[in-house]
Design a protein around this ligand. Structure first.
Ligand code: NAP
Length: 309
């Protein structure tokens, strides 16, 4: 399986709908070659339309762009996985995705239609993760996903599927940033040749919304943290670049979201400098073990994943 993925992906989950098309087009123009979406984000259709138009009107080829999407927790039964990817592909107007991730280990009750939305009252459901993984592997055999992986999985859950996997997971996408650096999980993934990919790599600094199904913890804003600002000043970079560089220098791929042209550009320019060991160590000290996001609706789920690294 080809696991070479561009180390920076544009996160799309919080791009405002009215700015989505212009942001995707701008990202491709700037050189982003990896777009991260998910069935749950409800934006696959708009991304698909923009991508199709962009590919038609430029010399960029489909093969040069890496598209990641994720399986909704409502379609984790083996029989539902293939059709769910077909629906994502229809929305994205693609024949295949480069990377297909199980969005979360916690399954929810299957929806009757793809347009139904998850709410706080959507029932939890227990699905054997090996059943889901087998169906994920079938999407590769059918050529509909070039690689497959997981998101929000802990070490136990990874082990559980790795023991029987014919195709091992290429990626585990999890929350990671200097406050919650995921060192143990990273070590584990490294030993299994699984690429760790960081969502909310900047610590989701301006996201304050708490919903019925999400809780945001810790209000500190990492791009304004004095230690990060001091290091940024020293390297003549922005705090955002320092936070992203810290992760890629540790070997973690990043999925920053931005819809601001200047910041989008900055977030790509993190490979032309490196941080000294002393500054990396200084950033290590910011680890407080606090996740920014806790998904409340999984609290009583048998696969609840937050109590194990
Ligand atoms: N797999 C999962 O379960 C999961 C969960 C959450 C998120 N994700 C993925 O990860 C992506 C990113 O996560 P996120 O949006 O929570 O967090 P994030 O990327 O850490 O933070 C995004 C926020 O930071 C701002 N920002 C971006 N670049 C900046 C820079 N250089 N300097 C200062 N501020 C900057 C953005 O504002 P502007 O837009 O105004 O620049 C936005 O408010 C999502 O879009 C999604 O694709 C996956």
């Amino acid at each position: 399986m080809d696991i070479r993925i561009p180390q920076v992906a544009l996160g799309t989950s919080r791009i405002s709908p009215e700015k989505l098309e212009v942001t995707i087009k701008r990202a491709l123009e700037m050189g982003y070659r990896h777009i991260d979406t998910a069935f749950l984000y409800g934006n696959e259709e708009a991304i698909g339309t923009t991508l199709q138009e962009y590919l038609k009107s430029t010399t960029l080829s489909r093969q040069e762009v890496h598209i990641t999407t994720k399986l909704s927790p409502t379609y984790m039964k083996g029989s539902a996985v293939g059709p769910a990817l077909d629906e994502s592909l229809r929305r994205l107007k693609l024949d295949y995705v480069d990377l297909f991730l199980i969005h979360t280990p916690c399954a929810l009750k299957e929806m009757d239609t793809y347009t139904e939305e998850i709410t706080q009252s959507t029932e939890l459901m227990s699905v054997d993760l090996r059943e889901t993984w087998k169906a994920m592997e079938d999407t590769v055999y059918k050529g509909k996903a070039h690689s497959i992986g997981v998101s929000n999985f802990n070490t136990k859950q990874l082990d559980y599927i790795c023991e029987v996997a014919r195709i091992p997971p290429a990626v585990n996408q999890v929350e990671a940033h200097v406050r919650f650096p995921q060192k143990k999980l990273q070590e584990f993934c490294k030993s299994r040749n699984i690429q760790l990919q960081a969502f909310s790599p900047l610590g989701s600094p301006f996201f304050t919304g708490t919903t019925d199904i999400n809780r945001v913890q810790s209000s500190d804003n990492l791009v304004e943290h004095p230690v990060i600002m001091e290091i940024a000043e020293k390297y003549k970079r922005t705090p955002g670049q320092i936070l992203l560089r810290n992760l890629v220098q540790r070997g973690i791929a990043v999925v920053p979201k931005s819809e601001n042209p200047q910041r989008m550009k900055e977030n790509l320019q993190i490979f032309c400098f490196s941080l000294s060991d002393a500054d990396m160590n200084k950033m290590d000290e910011l680890d407080n073990g606090i996740r920014r996001f806790v998904f409340l609706w999984y609290k009583n789920h048998p696969q609840y994943h937050y109590d194990v690294c």
